[in-house]
Design a protein around this ligand. Structure first.
Ligand code: NAI
Ligand code: MG
Length: 326
């Protein structure tokens, strides 16, 4: 069966790392049909719309989507795209790799981030000249859906329960609901949990990341803490992510458009290529996904490496090396 893969490179280094990941997928000679679509700052400048209807519809109908990054329009692009795939969880693994100079090489975390609400629900208002407000939304249904997913995620493998990260001591109603709902679902499923306040988590994960494995958290906390974890493992060039819904999913690097290096051909494609490995696994191509991971890991360890990892290779050099190893 042919799988349709939507490819949305976006802006900046999205235009460099997304084609690199597609090249890797093409090298596997799987029956994929790639359909490319536009989104981001450049298309907004041209047409007035950061996310054209046909791009949204494509993501909403393709079997899986590979997304690069969008610039200033990121929120106008990625939030609706996550909604297009009805994605209720953002999976963000953060682990270090052999040969990479990491602050905390022992880090091996997976963030399961609530992906539909919290402070990213989009309810912001300017009440007066002086006052702006934001409404934070936490629902039992979204918390439950995330918790059920987390329970499945940790069952039957090396994970030993999960940690709920929240700030329910201050946001008693919203994070209180989040914490209690997630904990109840875990109890019902016989999954062990512990809980840590999100500010304390930030310190503890820096000092001793090994005490954590799978982390379940609200939307903003997951966004911030996973970037923090990127700092522990060697930078944003290494962090992949998956936005998973009940029927489809969207895969993207955690990083943005990297305007400081965009256009130079030196962006690290690893985050996007590992995202492509997650796409393969999602579609059931476990062996191919594994092969891609192995090729990326060998390339990170033995080179060539891009400048963010201390090397002097280009995006193309690294991509070619990964494909050679495949
Ligand atoms: P960023 O992730 O684009 O860059 C942060 C730093 O990490 C920069 O120094 C950059 O050079 C480096 N970096 C990131 N990815 C890299 C890679 N693959 N290889 C080598 N170095 C890499 O974050 P920043 O600078 O905060 O945001 C830039 C733009 O990206 C903004 O317009 C922001 O709105 C957008 N953005 C979009 C996202 C998305 O589309 N999902 C996510 C995050 C930011
Ligand atoms: Mg982010």
């Amino acid at each position: 069966m042919t799988h349709e893969i939507a490819v949305i490179p976006g802006d900046g280094i999205g235009q460099e790392v997304t084609p690199a990941a597609v090249e890797v997928l093409e090298a596997l000679e799987i029956d994929f049909e790639f359909v490319e679509a536009e989104a981001g700052d450049a298309v907004e400048e041209e047409t007035g719309e950061a996310l054209p209807r046909e791009t949204y519809d494509l993501a909403a109908s393709a079997d899986a989507t590979l997304f690069g990054a969008a610039g200033d329009t990121a929120a106008d692009v990625i939030l609706p795209l996550r909604e297009a795939v009805d994605s209720f969880v953002n999976i963000r693994p953060a682990k270090s790799y052999p040969g990479i100079d990491a602050v905390r090489p022992e880090t091996d975390l997976v963030f399961l981030r609530e992906n539909t609400e919290g402070v990213y629900a989009g309810h912001e208002d300017r009440l007066t000249e002086d006052v702006s407000t934001l409404t934070r939304v936490v629902t039992e249904s979204a918390s439950e859906r995330l918790a059920e997913f987390a329970c499945d995620y940790v069952s039957g493998d090396e994970h030993d329960g999960f940690t709920i990260v929240h700030k329910a001591n201050v946001m008693r109603e919203t994070d209180g609901r989040f914490r209690d709902t997630v904990r109840e679902v875990a109890e019902k499923n016989g999954v062990e949990t512990d809980q840590v306040l999100m500010d304390a988590f930030a310190t503890r994960v820096c000092l001793d990341p090994e005490q954590f494995g799978v982390v379940v958290c609200p939307n903003l906390a997951g966004d911030v803490l996973s970037d923090l974890a990127a700092g522990l493992v060697g930078g944003l060039g290494l962090l992949p992510s998956a936005n998973v819904g009940p029927e489809r999913a969207l895969f993207e690097p955690v990083h943005g458009t990297a305007p400081d290096i965009a256009g130079e051909g030196v962006a690290n494609p690893a985050a996007t290529i590992i995202s492509a490995a997650m796409l393969l696994e999602y579609l059931g191509y476990d062996e191919a996904g594994d092969a891609v991971r192995t090729a990326v890991e060998a390339t990170l360890e033995h080179g060539p490496r891009t400048p963010d990892l201390g090397g002097d290779a280009t995006t193309d050099d690294v991509t070619d090396a990964i494909i050679d190893r495949l």
